[in-house]
Design a protein around this ligand. Structure first.
Ligand code: FE2
Length: 370
């Protein structure tokens, strides 16, 4: 059996003041935080430490230039502990800091990933409900020289503490809340289908899938999102624990060239590809664990097993407005070049898929969604 581990200590708090009271900030804390969350929840309670706003490093998801600027600020600050409060991008960037030493930059981290050491204590506080980054050892960066995203997945990147504060989700705009939630559902599903799953990961995968689908159904029935924040936060964390142990798969791999080239948010990109990848798996290998997944999804949705993926697709399209690839700016010739990039650069993810999709199969998915 593959192993199972939970590295960060997970702590839950009702609100930001209770978290800060239990974890007093220090003078030499490097606090990387989204400005909106700082203004809304932390401005009045952070008395010490050096605050750096995520927006200082640019918009969108982390790229190599942004990471390099952040690393320079961190090393210049002389800080001894890192506290990151924000979405997956903020946490992914902060994880890279905890393995830095003088002279390091983003490229160096990727080129010397087996030599990295956990040099600084790291506390991660998520403010979205999908990345699960607070409990994984993975950091995703868009490498500008390669025009795609790459993942650095090494144990020294694990945080020391993961802090869950559901009330921080209240101020997240609908678009980010819902696309990050679909990303979390993709984590749980891709983890479920991974060959590295075992009886322990199954507990977290199943629970996360049930929580997400149930929350989406409640939203569809008109339930106020404020009532679902705790459930979304727990689902995200459990999906994170799942993929931290198994990795993700083809949905993530196929989405990276699109989000890397056209700056489509990670959650939206995954929302676009999930259903088509599942339908292709269904055609290529309609047995074993895929049937278990379909039964689980059908059970959550109250539909027939044969309709599970179609109904899930419809539910996701209710939660998130899923655009065509061409409307996002993708060019027809990129159906081929993106597929080649996936096969070339994303084998870490593709080989962990339920089927390691080949170039032609990836092209077919892009074409269908074009
Ligand atoms: Fe993801």
């Amino acid at each position: 059996m593959n192993g199972f581990k939970i590295v960060p200590q997970i702590e839950c708090y009702e609100d930001a003041p209770s978290f800060v009271e239990a974890n007093p900030f220090c003078e030499d804390d490097f606090i990387l935080i989204s400005k909106s969350v700082y203004e809304h929840d932390f401005k009045a309670i952070i008395q010490v430490g050096k605050v750096f706003f995520r927006s200082k490093y640019g918009q969108g998801e982390p790229n190599s230039d942004m990471v390099n600027a952040l690393i320079r600020d961190f090393l210049d600050s002389g800080c001894k502990r890192i506290i990151a409060v924000g979405g997956g991008s903020v946490m992914d960037m902060a994880k890279l800091l905890c393995v830095c030493e003088s002279g390091f930059d983003c490229q160096y981290l990727f080129d010397h990933q087996d030599e990295l050491k956990h040099n600084y204590p790291l506390i991660l506080v998520p403010t979205t409900c999908g990345s699960g980054s607070e409990v994984s050892n993975i950091s995703i960066v868009e490498m500008l020289n390669m025009k795609t995203k790459l993942g650095l997945a090494k144990d020294p990147l694990y945080a020391d503490k993961a802090i869950l504060i559901p009330s921080l989700l209240n101020s997240v705009p609908d678009f980010y809340l819902y696309t990050s939630a679909v990303d979390g559902l993709v984590h749980a599903i891709e983890s479920y289908l991974s060959a590295r799953s075992n009886v322990y990961t199954r507990l977290f995968q199943e629970k996360a899938i049930r929580l997400y689908i149930n929350n989406f159904l409640q939203l569809q029935q008109g339930v106020d999102r404020a009532q679902l924040m705790e459930s979304f936060m727990v689902a995200s964390n459990m999906a994170g624990l799942s993929f931290a142990n198994t990795g993700t798969g083809c949905v993530h791999g196929i989405s990276y060239p699109l989000s890397g080239t056209y700056h489509v948010t990670h959650g939206l990109a995954n929302s676009i590809f999930l259903a088509e990848v599942l339908k292709m798996y269904e055609r290529l290998r309609p047995e074993e664990v895929l049937n278990d997944l379909k039964q689980l999804v059908a059970d959550c949705l109250g539909c027939e097993v044969k309709d599970a993926f179609e109904k899930l697709d419809q539910l996701i399209r209710f939660i998130v407005e899923v655009p065509t690839l061409s409307s996002l700016g993708m060019k027809e010739e990129e159906i081929v070049t993106f597929s080649e990039s996936v096969v070339l650069n994303q084998q870490r993810l593709m080989s962990n898929g339920y089927v390691n999709l080949n170039k032609e199969q990836i092209q077919e998915i892009y074409k269908t969604l074009f």
